[in-house]
Design a protein. Structure first.
Length: 238
C-alpha cells in the first residue's frame, strides 16, 4: 500500500512530461552501467529541500532513497542562484558514498519550460574496484622520484545520507578551513567560518541557524550579523 509521500510522487510523475523523460533517461543510464551506478532526480522547486530526491535507481550505492536530501554541491548551487549566479553542471568529479565507496559523480541541472532550473539529474558510479586496480598497478610502475601515495581519494566530497549529516560535514569543513577549534577562534575567524557555511548553502537547511550558533558559542542574532558583515564589506568594495 502506498503512503502519502509515494502517492504525491506518482501524481507528480504522471502530470509532468519532462519528469517522465528524465526517468526514462535515468533508467537508460542505470541499465548501461549496471547496479554500481546510482541515478537520482532532485526537485529544486520543492518547498522542502531537505527531501529533494523524488526518484532514484540503485540507491544502495549511497544509501539514499526517495525523500532524502541533496548533496553539498546542490545546496551550494542553489545558494549561488539566489545570489544571481548562473547554475552550471558539474561533471566527472569524485565523491564518497556509504561505506567509504569511491564514486565518480556528475550533477546536471535541468530547466523547465519557463526557463527556470527545476530538476537535477545526479549520477554516482561506484569506481572503488577500478581505483583499487589502478593503485595496485601504480605500486608496480612507480619509481622513487615520482612515488605518490595511494590515498588520492582522501580529499573527495562525501555524499551524506541525511541533511543533518550534510550540515555536520559542512561545519567540520568550515572549522578545518580556519585550522582551530571554534572555542579558540577570534571574531574575524568565526565570521570567515560562518560565511563559508552561508556560501555553501548550509542555512537552506531547516533549523541550521540554531545548530551553527550553538556550535560556535554565539547567539542567532550574532550569527546573522556575521553574515551581514561580509555583505557590507562586499558592497563597500564594489
Amino acid at each position: 500500500m502506498l503512503n502519502a509521500m509515494d502517492e504525491q510522487y506518482l501524481k507528480q510523475i504522471e502530470s509532468d512530461f519532462q519528469l517522465k523523460n528524465l526517468i526514462y533517461i535515468a533508467h537508460g543510464i542505470a541499465r548501461q552501467f549496471g547496479e554500481n551506478c546510482e541515478v537520482c532526480i532532485h526537485d529544486l522547486k520543492t518547498p522542502d529541500l531537505e527531501h529533494s530526491i523524488i526518484y532514484i535507481i540503485n540507491g544502495h550505492v549511497t544509501g539514499r532513497g526517495i525523500g532524502d536530501g541533496p548533496s553539498k554541491i546542490i545546496l551550494k548551487s542553489i545558494e549561488a542562484q539566489k545570489n544571481g549566479e548562473e547554475l552550471s553542471d558539474h561533471l566527472c568529479y569524485l565523491t564518497k558514498g556509504s561505506g567509504g565507496k569511491l564514486l565518480k559523480s556528475s550533477t546536471i541541472f535541468i530547466k523547465d519550460e519557463t526557463g527556470l532550473f527545476h530538476y537535477v539529474l545526479s549520477i554516482n558510479f561506484d569506481i572503488s574496484v577500478f581505483a583499487a586496480v589502478e593503485t595496485a598497478i601504480q605500486s608496480f610502475t612507480a619509481v622513487e622520484e615520482n612515488a605518490e601515495t595511494a590515498a588520492e581519494s582522501s580529499g573527495t566530497e562525501a555524499i551524506p545520507n541525511s541533511v543533518g549529516e550534510l550540515l555536520d560535514n559542512l561545519i567540520e569543513q568550515s572549522v578545518a578551513r580556519i585550522g582551530k577549534a571554534a572555542s579558540l577562534m577570534t571574531k574575524d575567524e568565526k565570521v570567515r567560518a560562518i560565511n563559508y557555511l552561508n556560501d555553501a548553502g548550509a542555512f537552506l537547511i531547516q533549523k541550521s541557524g540554531d545548530k551553527v550558533a550553538n556550535y560556535f558559542g554565539i547567539s542567532k542574532f550574532t550569527l546573522y550579523s556575521y553574515i551581514d558583515v561580509k555583505k557590507k564589506k562586499e558592497e563597500l568594495e564594489s
